[in-house]
Design a protein around this ligand. Structure first.
Ligand code: SF4
Length: 224
């Protein structure tokens, strides 16, 4: 049972699927998240039985995550079809799936726990090798807010307070007022972070304070 996610979702029974469509150099699970064949296959019915047992022992939610779970969409949907109606299901995503994928996910999950990582396409391209990031992510966040409960996560990165957090926070305030936002300040220079000078350290106290101050100025609905 996982106990490190948003307080309101805990305790959660989490099912982590390997593989991801992004290539974030700071990924803390890079080895598994970059390799869609890592780990073991699972039988949907057996996994659903384990999830149900976890619910009976007190799990409040069942969370499907990655990597990026969208790349295993058929398996994820099969699993959901076997879970009890009463289960509160969380889809933890990098919010960069396709329009077709989100249509297939419509009505399947109670909560979308979605990242908004980068505030501009240049940082997204340089740090995660992904193009057209802003348009796709914003479109998905607006869709998720309209179709389900949405929690947005942003991992504050050292040296990216102005280029990434500020535009993310401003857009959220203007386009998704009141949406729950988890500003995560525990950046750790993992995986290939050393390839980027600014990512070779943790967040400073000054960066943390400035990011929180901006969130309060914009009246973001911060959650822990
Ligand atoms: S989106 Fe998440 S799982 Fe995928 S590479 Fe980036 S940090 Fe890793």
């Amino acid at each position: 049972m996982e106990v490190s996610d948003e307080l309101e979702l805990m305790p959660t029974f989490s099912i982590a699927l390997s593989g991801c469509d992004l290539r974030c150099d700071f990924c803390i699970t890079g080895a598994e998240s970059w390799n869609a064949r890592a780990g073991r296959g699972f039988a949907a019915d057996a996994m659903a039985a384990r999830a149900e047992a976890a619910m009976q022992k007190g799990a409040r939610t069942i969370m499907v995550l990655g990597g990026e779970p969208t790349i295993h969409l058929p398996a994820a949907l099969e699993l959901v079809s076997l879970l009890p109606q009463s289960a509160k299901l969380v889809w933890k995503t990098n919010a960069h799936g396709s329009a077709q994928a989100r249509e297939l996910l419509d009505g399947m999950f109670n909560v979308w726990l979605a990242d908004f990582k980068f505030g501009n396409d240049d940082c997204a391209q340089r740090l995660a090798k992904v193009s057209d990031y802003i348009r796709v992510t914003q479109e998905n966040l607006l869709w998720a807010d309209a179709h389900t409960e949405l929690i947005v996560r942003h991992l504050l990165m050292p040296g990216h307070g102005e280029c990434c957090w500020r535009p993310v926070a401003t857009w959220l305030a203007e386009n998704l007022p009141g949406v729950k936002v988890n500003l995560r300040t525990g950046f750790w220079p993992a995986w290939h972070a050393r390839r980027h000078n600014e990512l070779q350290k943790a967040i400073t106290v000054a960066e943390n304070d400035a990011a929180c101050k901006l969130a309060h100025q914009l009246r973001l609905n911060l959650i822990a």
